[in-house]
Design a protein around this ligand. Sequence first.
Ligand SMILES: C[S@@+](CC[C@H](N)C(=O)[O-])C[C@H]1O[C@@H](n2cnc3c(N)ncnc32)[C@H](O)[C@@H]1O
Length: 284
Amino acid sequence: MFDFSKNPGHLPLLSRYVAEACCIHLGEEKRYLFEARLGTIISESGAMDIPEFIAKAKADATGRLRDKIIDSMTTHETYWFRDTRPWEALEKSILPEFGNLLRRGEKHRIRILSAACSSGQEPYSIALLLHKLKADGLLEGVNLSAFEITAFDISPGTLFLASAGRYSQLEISRGLPDFWKNSYFDSTPSNTWTLKAPVRSMVSFKRRNLQDDFTSLGVFDLVLCRNVAIYFEDHFKHDLFNRLAQVIFKDGLLMLGGTESLLSHQNLFQAEQIVGSFFYRKKI
Ligand SMILES: C[S@@+](CC[C@H](N)C(=O)[O-])C[C@H]1O[C@@H](n2cnc3c(N)ncnc32)[C@H](O)[C@@H]1O
C-alpha cells in the first residue's frame, strides 16, 4: 500500500486534483480518506509519489485513471425512496398533478432530472411511483411515455450499475418494501434483482459533472439534487443552485435531501410544504 506519511507535503496536491475533478474539497485532516480510497490505486499505478501519480492521471488520454480517482473519492450512498416522506408528496400530490397538466393538454411532456443519481435508486423510485400510479388508475388518460426522466452522475462506475438496473440482495432491501420488489423486479438464481424493462426504460442516464453547464439538458418540471451539495463548499453550492434554477421551468420544483434546505436563492425559489415535506418552487 502506498505510504502517505513519507511526503505529507504532497497531500494538498492530491486534494487540489480531486477538488478540480469533482469539486469535493477534502483537507489534509481527511488523510485517512485519501489513504483508504486511493492507497491501492496509487500503488497499482506504479507511481513513486503523489506528483508522479497526478502527472500520470493527467497524461492518461483514455481518462481511465482519472475516472478511477473520481469513482473512489465520491460517496455513492443511496437507497430506494430515500427519506420516505417527500416520496409521499410525490405520490399523493406532485406526480398526479403532473398527470392533470398532461390530461388537460397544458403540457405535452413532463421532464424530471435526477442530478447526482448514484446507482439509480433515486430516478428509478420515480419511475416505480409512476407505474404504480398508472396501475392504480390515478394517471388515467395519460401515457407514461409523456414522462421523461433524465439522470446523471460524475462517476462512471455507478452509472454502469444504474444503467443495468440490477441490484444485489442488500441493495434491493434498502428502502424497498416487498410489494415493489415482487411487482417490478425479476430475480436471478444468483440472488440479484433486475428492474423490469418498462420501468428501466423510463430513465436515461448520462455522465455529467455538477460543475458543467446544464442548459444542454433542456428545461425540467422537477429537479432532484439530493445528498450531494453537502460535500461542496458554499461558493460552489451557490453557483450550483443558480445553474440548476436555469433549467427549471417557472413553477417547477426542486427537491433536496431530507436534511438539506435552501436558505439562499430566495429570489429564485419559494419554499413550499407539500404533504408535509419541503420543496422549492421556482419563482421566475
Ligand atoms: C451520496 S450520493 C447521493 C445519491 C442520491 N442523490 C441520493 O440522494 O440517494 C452522491 C452522488 O453524487 C455524485 N457526485 C459527487 N460529485 C459530483 C459531481 N461533481 N458531479 C456529479 N455527480 C457528483 C457521486 O458520484 C454520488 O453518486
